[in-house]
Design a protein around this ligand. Structure first.
Ligand SMILES: [Mg+2]
Ligand SMILES: [Zn+2]
Length: 187
């Protein structure tokens, strides 16, 4: 017997959850994006799995380690749970690679760096996800590309600290996760 598949929200990290300062990794630099908590609160009323999906090429570039990324993510989750005690990520998917890195083991042209979809398909298998009814929320056009490549819809947010070019393929472009959540819950 097959279990019903779950819908998911894939959340880019920098610029969606925490303010993107550029290669942000120090817990002291962690600032939550305005509207993010409101958005997550709304989305937890739907029956979604939550997956953090983040490119962290700073690992390949030797700017910080995977352990430092994990510490930052733990602090991020702690701060979210201060506001939404039941919140959890069903999976945290991190690409540490970059083709022009400095750390040999991470310096590859991988298939998991967004817009690649390897981490999406891994999460989909592990969590039994219905990607056709799932979403990516990100601040870069590569987040939206990743959504399209994986058969999902993508919403681009614009007030996460950095300004990136607007995606032409985004289902919607909104200031923050708050407005993105309203759109998702209507579809
Ligand atoms: Mg981002
Ligand atoms: Zn990768």
């Amino acid at each position: 017997m097959q279990l019903p598949k779950r819908k998911a929200i894939f959340l880019d990290r920098d610029g969606v959850l925490n303010v993107d300062l550029g290669y942000t990794y120090k817990p002291n630099d962690l600032k939550l994006v305005d509207g993010m908590i409101d958005g997550l609160k709304s989305l937890t009323r739907g029956d979604y799995a939550f997956v953090m999906l983040t490119n962290q090429s700073g690992i390949a570039r030797g700017m910080f380690t995977a352990a430092q990324v994990e510490s930052f993510n733990n602090e991020l989750l702690r701060q979210i749970q201060c506001e939404i005690p039941n919140f959890k990520f069903d999976a945290v998917m991190i690409c540490p690679h970059h083709p022009e890195g400095l750390v040999p083991e991470f310096t590859i042209d991988c298939e998991c760096r967004k817009p690649g979809i390897k981490l999406v398909t891994e999460a989909a298998t592990k969590l039994n996800l219905d990607l056709g009814n799932s979403w990516i929320i990100g601040d870069k056009d590569t987040d939206i590309e990743c959504a399209i490549n994986a058969g999902m819809r993508g919403i681009q947010v614009t007030r996460g600290g950095k300004q990136y070019s607007q995606s032409k393929k985004a289902f919607a472009i909104t200031p923050t996760l708050r407005e993105a959540a309203e759109i998702i819950l209507k579809h």
